[in-house]
Design a protein around this ligand. Sequence first.
Ligand code: NAD
Length: 354
Amino acid sequence: MKYHIVTVSGDGIGPDIIDEAKKVLHALGQRFGHSFSFTEKDAGGIAIDRHGCPLPKDTVDAARAADAVLLGAVGGPKWDHLGGDRRPEKALLGLRGELNLFANLRPAVLFPQLKEACPLRPEIIGSTLDILIVRELTSGIYFGARGRNAEDKSAYDTLYYNEEEIERVLRVGFNAARLRGSRVTVVDKANILETSRLWREVTARVAKFYTDVEYSHMYVDNCAMQLIKNPHQFDVIVTTNMFGDILSDEASMLTGSIGMLASASLGGSSFGMYEPIHGSAPDIAGKDLANPIATVLSAAMMLKYSFALDEEARAVEDAVNKALDSGYRTADIYSEGCKRVGTREMGRLIADAI
Ligand code: NAD
């Protein structure tokens, strides 16, 4: 089969890690007889430099016409002085919103080979971990009205959700739970926020369609603590845009490094956008130091969710396992006795294992 992928490498380490994911997909195409073609499009800081805006229409149009989008990361100190709509991050929100990708799946999976890289005590983390965080992606405080008021020198951001937005992401979470441990934790701040109380009402309604799935609610502050105290209590976490953003960064450290966490952003169809959860890491950009595994695993999610190539997705995961089994580590997941490799070498090792 032929698949057309739009790549948005973006800024910082974006180009470094997207190159390695392409390498891996190329090897996979050779093994399984698929053809993956790539078109690179600008977004983020590079688009500001080249086109004067963070998300050119051409990028959105190309993304819409593709089978899937693979994104690196955007942003960096060069563009930090820009305000509001001119910031690189606007490209991410724009792409997610324009493409209506309302559910962001973030699996926090600890590869057993990396348990040394997890900062929790061995008796807490055990030898593996598998949590799925489902983050609402196109509403909430990141999308609500915001602004400044010069008169009283104030600023505001609006947290807004309607029932439909809540229900559709909850259904993604409950459906995912059915294929895993059948447990959903809906994370909110219902003791304070009205939107959270609406989330609870909608959850009760949705849960009636999923009597085989056990569900509970948890306050976000407690969840942040429980992830460290007893991460194994969680199966699927469903939460709002901002809470999901923060909790998944926290969960990433349970897996050893933020360089290990992949994500899939999905709407109502097979089309999706796939990206590592980390940022553009300007401190290590272009130095052959970035861990490409989160991006490679994001490509594996693309194979599974957008192309229904489950066996091929497993082949990518197996190849990552093989590289780790052989003791190869990028700097962020390095521990004593392992073989330290750079971004390109890790990509090559995974591609070779395929
Ligand atoms: P970051 O995720 O870029 O970096 C945080 C830390 O993790 C840094 O020390 C970095 O070196 C390290 N790190 C990140 N990815 C890594 C990888 N693959 N391998 C090894 N180490 C890795 O977060 P930040 O420093 O807060 O943000 C930097 C820039 O990225 C900012 O401009 C921010 O707005 C942007 N950002 C973009 C996205 C995105 O594009 N999805 C997400 C978050 C932040």
